[in-house]
Design a protein around this ligand. Structure first.
Ligand code: ATR
Length: 279
C-alpha cells in the first residue's frame, strides 16, 4: 500500500458559491508561499450542512470559511464557538481540530480593524466616538471589534431603527442609537465613520451624509468595494478626512484562517488587491 502525504485541504462553504473570491485569494497565497495545499469552493444545501461538515475533516479538510447562507447555522453545529462569533451571531471561519471537534470563529471584525490599520497605521478606535451606519451582519462584526479595541462610544443609525435598538440591547451601554440619517448630530466630533449598509454599491442609491462636524482628520471607511471609491469616500476626501475602502476587509478577514490551516501568515499586498479586483 502506498503511503500518501498529508496535504491540507480547506475551502469555502455557501450556496451559491461560484461568485466567491475566496478561492482566488487563498489560491494566490498557496502559490506565493509554495505551500502544497488546496482551497476548494463547496456548494452545500442547508439540509446537508451538518452531514457535510462532519464529513470534511475525515476527507482531509483542516477547516473552511463559511459564507451566505450558512454563517449563522454553523454556530449550532460547531462544538466550540469563540466569544467573538457568539457575540456577532455568525461564524466565517471553521477550524477542524485533530480530535474531530469543529471550532467556529468570526474574523470579519479583525478584517475590518486590520484593513483600516494597514491604510492608516496611526488610527486607533479609542481616539473618539465612532459612527456606524447599518445594523446587519457586517455592522455586528464592526461593533464587536470596535468595542473590543476600546472605542469609548459607538453611535449607530439604521433605516429600520428597531434593528439598531436591538444592537444596543445586545452590545451594551457604549452603543447610542440615532434616527436614520439624522447624521448631522450623530457625526459631531466623531473620529471614525463606517458605512456597513449596501448603499453606494453598484446598482444601489448613493450613501450621503454631511461630514462637516467630524473631528479633524477623522477616518471614513466604506465597507462597500464595488466601486472602490464610493460617493461617501469621495466626499470625505474632499472634506479633508482620511479614507479607507472596503476591499481590504475582505482580504484581511481571510488571514487568520489561512495561517491556521496552512501554517503561514499571509500578507495583503497591493498586487493581491489588484488581482482580486480584476478577478
Ligand atoms: P449585511 O449582513 O451585509 O450587513 P444585511 O443584514 O442585509 O447585510 O444589512 C444590510 C444593511 O443595509 C441594513 O442595515 C439595511 O437596512 P435595514 O435594516 O433597514 O434593511 C441597509 N440597507 C440596505 N438597503 C438600504 C437602503 N436602500 N436604504 C437604507 N439602508 C439600506
Amino acid at each position: 500500500m502506498t503511503d500518501h502525504p498529508r496535504i491540507p485541504l480547506a475551502g469555502v462553504i455557501g450556496s451559491p458559491i461560484a461568485h466567491s473570491k475566496s478561492p482566488i485569494l487563498h489560491g494566490h497565497w498557496l502559490k506565493t508561499y509554495g505551500i502544497r495545499g488546496y482551497y476548494i469552493p463547496i456548494d452545500i444545501a442547508g439540509e446537508d450542512l451538518e452531514t457535510v461538515l462532519r464529513a470534511l475533516p475525515k476527507a482531509g479538510f483542516v477547516g473552511c470559511n463559511v459564507t451566505i447562507p450558512h454563517k449563522e447555522a454553523v454556530l449550532a453545529i460547531a462544538d466550540v464557538v469563540s466569544d467573538r462569533a457568539a457575540l456577532i451571531g455568525a461564524a466565517n471561519t471553521l477550524i477542524f481540530r485533530p480530535d474531530g471537534k469543529i471550532h467556529a470563529d468570526n474574523t470579519d471584525g479583525y478584517g475590518f480593524i486590520a484593513n483600516v490599520k494597514q491604510a492608516i497605521p496611526d488610527w486607533h478606535p479609542n481616539e473618539g466616538p465612532a459612527a456606524v451606519f447599518g445594523a446587519g451582519g457586517a455592522a455586528r462584526a464592526v461593533l464587536a471589534s470596535l468595542l473590543e479595541m476600546g472605542c469609548p462610544e459607538i453611535r449607530i443609525s439604521n433605516r429600520t431603527k428597531a434593528r439598531a435598538e436591538n444592537l444596543r440591547t445586545e452590545f451594551g451601554a457604549r452603543i447610542v442609537v440615532y434616527d436614520w440619517v439624522q447624521a448631522g448630530n450623530m457625526l459631531e466630533g466623531a473620529a471614525t465613520v463606517v458605512n456597513t449598509t449596501s448603499l453606494g454599491m453598484v446598482g444601489k442609491p448613493e450613501f450621503r451624509v454631511p461630514l462637516d462636524a467630524l473631528m479633524p482628520g477623522a477616518v471614513v471607511n466604506d465597507i462597500v468595494y464595488t466601486p472602490l471609491e464610493t460617493d461617501l469616500l469621495r466626499t470625505a476626501k474632499e472634506a479633508g478626512c482620511r479614507t479607507v475602502d472596503g476591499l481590504g476587509m475582505l482580504l484581511h478577514q481571510a488571514v487568520p484562517g489561512f495561517e491556521r490551516w496552512f501554517g503561514h501568515r499571509p500578507e495583503v499586498t497591493e498586487d493581491l488587491r489588484n488581482r482580486i479586483l480584476n478577478a
